[in-house]
Design a binder for this molecule. Structure first.
Ligand code: GLU
Length: 497
């Protein structure tokens, strides 16, 4: 199908609400979105909920929430409407009935009255004879008038597609090229179930036609549906959309498809696969979009960081790879860190607050604002605020090992002296960066010790750990009362060592 200004691109993301929103689906949605925005076309969201057995009532919420978080706004679909609705397939059942009837009348499909027991039996029989398992096409030869009579009398039945028995069909895929399928290995697939609900294939083809979809961009796992869909378009006398099957996403090891479940890394960190978890863990939508765009597409062989606008400007189907893409958490983390550090302090603060609240901190935007610059280099995802900033917000420091208070090449006695001196100086010093620095450096000089030996006990006393943000800013943000109280506690710990 050719597109032009008069006949613009219309693409759709057509998920089935059967479970959580996986990043594989998000990648498909993103490519459709980028293609639509690049060409000035329309991005449509259609809910394919005809598989009632696998329906999950929470899935739609996860999906819409995930798309909103990623900023993949759709032009037509649930919640926004459009001229081609309804956009939920179970609200279109009468449409599918009409078209199913049309296929029966033209002889492209037939009614099947076989029970599931019979079908199973026949499949075993086929296998025994050395054929592929499947339906033995028992009802294909029924007299159509007789079949119509039986159906009218209320006999339960499905509607199956009458696949050619011999020969082959070649289907063009924009990414994979021409693909040829032998009819002999294809089935007479069910189009309409006995409860009057269509299967994916029938509903999908009808809707893509009625919604005037110009290009189908979907996951590789649908390639095997191509011959049936091509025959369905032909049976209806419709022009099929351009097909483009996106490359498979492989596990980080490069072996096997990316997991459908969430596992933990050896260090205990969760390895998200659902959009909801990426959101909850604090990946920025900017980083997600940027990373996902690179899963199976590239602008050139160098450019990694690209904003939404740049991706929209640069995205073309010609640069989508045919070969599988390997998922890479390190690369995503790297991008997320880059985006975190590129945000203004105010913007980052606004985004950190909900994660800090969730971590149980007594925090507001105003309280977070001075802390943000101190931790921004130390976090990969927003949820890291829970660890990176705990000592700013928790009344009590998490327990730490008092031995950490003792600097290298020194003993507890020195650490004690350092803390006692620090305490008396901090009790009177003005809490500005310069004054604090001058005070502690002066003390180190007076004690004839290295500044590191001076700073470490103080740092551990106020932060509860050695790896912490710059000391003077930290002291300043914490304030005199907290610093003195924590140093007193540390002195107590050292005395009991
Ligand atoms: N409902 C299918 C899915 O869940 C859509 C496949 C397609 O895009 O045609 O992935």
């Amino acid at each position: 199908m050719t597109t032009s200004a008069a006949n613009p691109v219309r693409v759709r993301y057509a998920p089935s609400p059967t479970g959580d929103f996986h990043v594989g689906g998000a990648r498909t949605a993103l490519f459709n979105y980028l293609f639509a925005r690049h060409t000035g076309g329309k991005f449509i969201l259609r809910i394919e909920d005809t598989d009632q057995k696998r329906y999950n009532p929470q899935a739609l919420g996860w999906l819409l929430g995930g798309l909103r978080y990623l900023g993949l706004d759709w032009d037509e679909g649930p919640e926004v409407g459009g001229d081609y609705g309804p956009y939920v397939q179970t609200q279109r059942l009468d449409i599918y009935q009409r078209y199913s009837q049309q296929l029966l009348e033209s002889g492209a499909a037939y009614r099947c009255f076989c029970t599931s027991e019979r079908i199973e039996q026949a499949s075993k029989e086929l296998q025994k004879q050395g054929h592929n398992p499947g339906y033995d096409r028992h009802c294909r030869s029924l007299d159509p008038e007789e079949a119509t009579r039986r159906a009218a009398a209320g006999e339960p039945h499905t509607v199956r597609f009458k696949m050619p028995l011999e020969g082959e069909i070649t289907v063009r895929d924009l990414i994979r090229g021409d693909i040829t399928f032998q009819h002999s290995i294809l089935q007479d697939t069910v189009l309409m179930k006995s409860d009057g609900i269509p299967t994916y294939h029938l509903a999908n083809v009808i809707d893509d036609h009625l919604m005037e979809i110009t290009h189908i961009l979907r996951g590789d796992e649908w390639v095997n549906s191509l011959p049936l869909h091509a025959h369905l378009y032909a049976a209806f006398g419709w022009q099929p959309p351009v097909m483009a099957h996106l490359p498979l996403i492989l596990n980080p090891t490069g072996k096997g498809k990316m997991s459908k479940r969430e596992d933990r890394a050896p260090d205990g960190r969760i390895l998200p696969v659902f959009v909801r978890t990426f959101h909850e863990t604090g990946y920025l939508p900017e980083a997600m979009i940027n990373y996902l765009a690179l899963v199976g597409w590239s602008f050139d062989d160098r450019t990694e960081i690209m904003s939404r606008e740049e991706l929209i400007e640069r995205f073309t189907l010609e640069r989508v790879n045919a070969s599988p893409a390997v998922w890479n958490y390190e690369k995503l983390d790297h991008l997320n860190g880059c985006y975190i550090r590129s945000l203004s302090v105010e913007d980052l603060t606004r985004r950190l607050v909900p994660y800090a609240v969730k971590a149980g901190f007594d925090v507001t935007y105003e309280k977070m604002l001075p802390v943000t610059p101190l931790i921004r280099e130390r976090i990969t995802t927003l949820v890291d605020v829970a660890h990176a900033a705990d000592f700013f917000f928790l009344a009590e420091l998490p327990p730490y090992n008092p031995a950490e208070l003792i600097p290298q090449k020194a003993d507890a006695a020195l650490a004690l002296t350092v803390l006692e001196k620090a305490h008396s100086r901090l009790a009177e010093t003005e809490f500005t960066h310069e004054a604090l620095e001058a005070a502690l450096r002066g003390e180190a000089e007076a004690l004839k010790i290295k500044t590191g030996q001076m700073f470490q006990p103080v740092r551990v006393a106020v932060c509860g750990r050695k790896a912490a943000p710059p000391l003077f800013e930290t002291l300043q943000v914490l304030g005199r009362t907290t610093c003195l109280a924590r140093i007193e506690k540390a002195i107590g710990k050292l005395k009991n060592i």
